[in-house]
Each structure stands twice: as C-alpha cells, then as structure tokens.
Design a protein around this ligand. Structure first.
Ligand code: C2E
Ligand code: MG
Ligand code: MG
Ligand code: MG
Length: 281
C-alpha cells in the first residue's frame, strides 16, 4: 500500500498510480492532437418545454471518438483539460460549433428560434478576455445572443466570487442567458445566488432520479422549483428517465426538461432532423 509521508516522500511500489500518471499524460497528449486535427464531435440533447412538449433547443455535449480507446466520456477528459488549460481552446471550439450549428438548423426550419446551451468551465471564466471571445463567436456565427445559454456549475458562486461575478455581468451585457448546472449538488449560498445574474437553475439529475420514490426527494425538487420561481429564474430538470418523474415535475411547475425519457444526446444529423420536424417528444 503506497503512502505519502509527511515530508511529501512517496514510499512503496504502486504500479497502479504510475499507470494512472502515464495514462493521463497520454490522454493529455492525444487530446492536444485531437483538438488540432478537429477530431472532437458534439452530440446534442433536446430540451423540452413542459408546457407544450416541444423541443425548444439543445444542450451541446462534447464527444471524443479516440482512435484506439473508443469513445471517451467527457467526465474522463474535461477534468484533464481543465488542469492543463486545454479547456480554453476546447471550450472555444465547442461554443463556436454549437452556435454555428444552431444558426444553420434554425435557418433550415424557416427561422424558428432554437435555444442552444453550452457548458462552460470555471477555468474559461478565469480568462480576462472570455466575454470578448463569446461576443466574437456570436458575431462570427450570427447567433442571436438571447438564444445562447451558458451553463456553469455552482462553483462559480463559491470560488473567486467577486471576479466571477464581474465576468458574469459582462456576459449578461451581451444579452445571453446564464444557467447554474447540476443545481443542488454544491453548497452555494442563497445570498450569492441572488446577487448573481443567473436566469436558469438546472435541477441535478440526482434529485429527479428518486422523484416519486422517496417523499423527501420530492420535497427537495419542489423546493428548488419554487426557489427558481421566487427568484424569477426558469427551471430545467435534467435526467428524466420515466413518465412518473415527468408528471411530478409538470405538477410542480418546472418549465423545461431533458433526459433519456425524451432523448439521449444524439449526433448532429439526427438532432437537426428532430428540430426540423418540429418534434413534440
Ligand atoms: P451535464 O452538463 O450535467 O450534462 C448532462 C449529462 O447527463 C450528460 O452526460 C448527459 O448525457 C447525461 N444525461 C442526460 N440525460 C440523462 C438521463 O436521463 N439519465 C442519465 N443517466 N444521464 C443523462 P455527458 O454527455 O457524459 O456529459 C457529462 C458532463 O461533462 C456534463 O454534465 C458536463 O458537465 C461535462 N461536459 C460535457 N460537454 C462539455 C463541454 O463542452 N464543456 C465543458 N466544460 N463540460 C462539458
Ligand atoms: Mg450541462
Ligand atoms: Mg447538468
Ligand atoms: Mg449533471
């Protein structure tokens, strides 16, 4: 069993740890290549308006089809990209591609508005020029700012609070909307939530998962929906897999939903068709 002593000296043989490091370095190196060669892809998961059952937009989710390892899950490479700083060019590409695609699909559907949500890492927010780069993407792609939603986790409210607040205010000035992703899993304070220019709460899947099964979880989800309402924010439930969950969320007055019940994240061609058909899921 490997153990780090107080002086930071690591003793004992621990091949698994070494393997982990080598694998990390390999992934890091491969990711650089994948970015340069344009090998990353986006999948899109529909967002459904619970009042009309219409697909009103999509969330862009990055995919990495690795030449030898197969499809790599974003949870296995986004954290690495965050440490190395690769998340900055990666995130920029995701934003650009998602906006380009949204404009194309909307045009193909006779100008029917399409909302596009893009996940943004706190590391991207750290960059002084982030809002500027978003403005550039909007201008270059012709994406209407009001149809773009940037999703970030609660950590933006909890760390570097003042600096992040300033960045979010700049982003809001562009006319886009901001969502807190996986809401309810962090420890953000309600006071911060009120101070930040947030438009949308995305209720974490862990709450939706046990809806209707465990009474307390129903109460928690209901509380988040009410919290959103009382703060003038819209609510999106993530991870709906069963009709019962959908029914419960509708009852609570949750505005929007995503989840396998409606659709998994799907490749661009499929998502484009879904939107064009004006799908009611
Ligand atoms: P997220 O933003 O919370 O995205 C939702 C995740 O839940 C997606 O996983 C999606 O496939 C999955 N999901 C959706 N509906 C259901 C459901 O009904 N049941 C279950 N079990 N899962 C569902 P995915 O695509 O693997 O992405 C994981 C996370 O990686 C995302 O969580 C997001 O935090 C991050 N991520 C993905 N793309 C990007 C990106 O372009 N930039 C950044 N910074 N992060 C990204
Ligand atoms: Mg998200
Ligand atoms: Mg989420
Ligand atoms: Mg989540």
């Amino acid at each position: 069993q490997a153990k780090s002593s107080g002086g930071g000296v690591v003793t004992g043989y621990h091949p698994r740890m070494r393997e982990g490091l080598v694998e990390r370095l390999e992934l890091e190196n491969d990711l650089r290549g994948a970015l340069d060669r344009g090998e990353l892809r986006l999948h899109y998961q529909p967002t459904i308006d619970l009042a009309t059952s219409q697909v009103v937009g999509f969330e862009a989710l990055v995919r990495w089809p690795h030449p030898t390892r197969g499809m790599i899950n974003p949870l296995d490479f986004i954290p690495i990209a965050e440490v190395t700083g690769q998340i900055v060019p990666l995130g920029h590409w995701v934003l650009q591609e998602a906006c380009r695609q949204a404009v194309e699909w909307s045009a193909a559907a006779g100008g029917r508005p399409l909302k596009m949500a893009v996940n943004v890492s706190v590391r991207q927010l750290d960059r002084a020029d982030f809002a500027e780069s978003v403005a550039r993407v909007l201008a270059e792609t012709g994406m209407a700012a009001g149809l773009l939603c940037l999703e970030m986790t609660e950590s933006v409210l909890m760390t570097d609070t003042e600096a992040n607040l300033e960045q979010l205010v700049r982003l809001k000035a562009l006319g886009l909307t901001l969502a807190i992703d996986d809401f309810g899993t962090g420890y953000s304070s309600l006071a911060y939530l009120r101070r930040f220019p947030v438009d949308t709460l995305k209720i974490d899947r862990s709450f939706v998962e046990r809806l209707g099964v465990i009474a307390d979880d129903t109460a928690l989800t209901d509380t988040i929906v009410r919290l959103g309402k009382s703060l003038g924010m819209s609510t999106v439930a993530e991870g709906i897999e069963e009709f019962g969950q959908l029914a419960a969320l509708r009852e609570m007055g949750c505005g929007f939903a995503q989840g396998y019940y409606f659709s998994r994240p799907i490749p661009a061609a499929e998502a484009g068709r879904l939107f064009l058909e004006g799908a009611t899921v």
